[in-house]
Structures are given as structure tokens and as C-alpha cells.
Design a protein around this ligand. Sequence first.
Ligand SMILES: [Zn+2]
Length: 92
Amino acid sequence: MGSCAVRMPMDGGTMYECDAEWCEDKIKFMAKALAAKSLHSAGVVICNVYEGDRWDRMECYHPDCYVGVGEPYGDVLSEAPTEPIVATAIAG
Ligand SMILES: [Zn+2]
């Protein structure tokens, strides 16, 4: 198991510190319309960081800050699909 980065939507009650050195914004929930305007507020990138085989720490970034630090833990995976799974009628 290696380090990985996952993008999660923010909810109202949660706030994270962004681990990018230059960034002093808290990662916090934004109204959907605002979040859609800027990658900066489009959720939070949660990184589970492994040192060798062992989990070491969690880091959090704004999505654009994660890109800014050079995507150290690889591509951002989306969280589980948020689209409802539409049951399809079985024809016949
Ligand atoms: Zn940031």
C-alpha cells in the first residue's frame, strides 16, 4: 500500500489546514456555485502518506494547491461516484 491522494467534497461542519507552504487559507465548505468557479474551493484533497509500508500521516490540500506542490502522491482519485446509480429495467 502506497501513498495516495483522494479528492473529497467538503461539508459544512469541517475545516482543514492546507499543507501547502504558501497557502494560508483554511479548506472549508463553499456554496456549490462558488465552489464550481474555482478549483481552490472544489473540495479537499486528502493524502494518506506512507513511509515505506507504514502509514505515517495525513496531509490536506486545496485541489489547486495539491497541483501546486507537484502532486507528490500521484494522481488525485475521485471519491466513490456520487451519481446515483440508476437502476435499469431489464428488458424482456
Ligand atoms: Zn491551499
